[in-house]
Write a protein that binds this ligand. Structure first.
Ligand code: GLY
Length: 397
């Protein structure tokens, strides 16, 4: 072999061993759809901006044609500013940035909120993105205080962060909590204090042991005895039944264990993320357009609701996970995400500008058993859809 052949081969082998598999490449036609969808999303959120009263955050838009909002304490408060930050990152728009920063400022006081596990959602989707895009001492301090507040809910006996303070549970932990760990990894990286990292790893290990079933689906809630760490009960509070697989819960777990692998490089988390992905994408209930029904096991499939939020979270997670797997699996994950993005960008799920209360996506389910937010838009469906599209675009570079 002469040197003209040897050198490129050497670099190819080096790239493969350093960075793993070659990344799947976005398709030109879908990139165009994504570009248009992101421009549409900016225009739609410019309409939403005119609808949201001062001092609150949008939550959903109900069939009664009413915008529902929340205060900064509600778990979804970070998604609206977070979506605006992504949209500004995509297309540099002063009005969108101004709205993002002004709504984000409503959340500042939540850095000291020790009454919720949702601080990752609330603070990392808002201030976390702000700090990523324009790091500042102020954001740094807010995020460190948020991590401290979140860590205060960790109990070394259960090996978990407590999710809820309400209800009759003793120490409830929900699968959603996997999404709040990214803030703790950031805190250790930023401060050098390994205690946050250790809490995140312990929580993820306990959840892996107690939330997951043999088929790699997950319960929603595990209640622990805080005096000895024993599991008291396993439930699926927001799903069809306790043994069922609530779609968004599966998506939170998939995204969460993908982040766990990114942060620790521990192969056990990669296996877990892959197992969850395989359970989800191969499940017989998955419809042709890949937008999951709200629960994988609800007996009224197909005459029931889709959950665009679960599909959007999954698409975003798989676009990251596909970078960590072998080429064949990577292509499967990538294709699944592409199908989800294509479907969400279609008229079936994307609302015309000026309708849907200003939200981008239709057809999500918040909490069906409580008859709350059924077949409605949701801020987090929009957020993870935008994130998935940003990730897709970034893979073209
Ligand atoms: N974290 C609450 C939910 O996913 O509905």
């Amino acid at each position: 072999m002469n040197n003209r052949i040897k050198l490129p081969l050497f670099f190819t082998v080096l790239m493969f061993s350093l960075f793993g598999i070659a990344q799947p490449k976005p398709k030109a036609d879908l990139l165009k759809i994504v570009d248009n969808a992101l421009i549409g999303a900016s225009n739609q959120y410019k309409f939403l901006m005119t609808q949201v009263p001062a001092g609150v955050l949008p939550k959903t838009y109900l069939a009664t044609k009413k915008l529902e909002t929340s205060s900064s304490t509600w778990w979804t408060s970070g998604f609206y500013p977070g979506s605006l930050l992504y949209l500004n990152e995509n297309a540099n728009d002063a009005a969108i940035l101004k709205e993002a920063l002004s709504r984000q400022s409503l959340l500042t006081k939540e850095q000291f909120n020790k009454g919720t596990h949702d601080l990752g959602f609330m603070m990392f989707c808002s201030f976390g993105n702000s700090n990523r895009l324009a790091p500042s001492k102020e954001y740094n301090e807010i995020l460190m205080n948020s991590a401290k507040s979140l860590a205060s809910r960790f109990n070394p006996i259960t090996g978990c962060i407590k999710s809820w303070d309400h209800g009759s549970w003793k120490f409830p932990v929900i699968i959603d909590n996997m999404m709040n760990l990214e803030l703790l990894f950031w805190a250790t990286k930023n401060s050098g204090d390994s205690s946050y990292y250790k809490i995140a790893v312990t929580h993820a290990n306990t959840t892996l042991k107690n939330h997951y079933r043999e088929d790699h689906s997950s319960f929603h809630v595990v209640d622990y005895d805080p005096t000895n760490g024993n599991v008291l009960i396993r439930q699926t509070h927001q799903g069809y039944s306790d043994p069922s697989a609530w779609a968004r819960g599966q998506a939170w777990g998939l995204y969460g264990y993908t982040v766990m692998y990114r942060a620790t490089k521990d192969k056990k988390y990669l296996k877990q993320a892959n197992d969850i992905a395989q359970f989800m994408i191969n499940h017989p209930s998955v419809p042709a357009d890949k937008i999951f029904y709200w629960d994988f096991n609800t007996p009224d499939i197909p005459a029931t609701y889709r959950d665009a939020s679960a599909a959007a979270i999954t698409a975003s997670a798989l676009l990251e996970l596909c970078k960590y797997t072998d080429a064949k699996t990577s292509a499967v994950y990538f294709a699944f995400s592409e199908q989800v993005i294509r479907a969400l960008a279609s008229k079936t799920y994307t609302a015309p500008i000026g309708t849907n209360g200003g939200f981008i996506l239709k057809h999500s389910v918040g909490n069906l058993p409580s008859n709350s937010e059924v077949d409605t838009p949701l801020t987090y469906a929009d957020y993870y859809y935008i994130e998935a599209m940003m990730r897709y675009k970034a893979m073209a570079k």
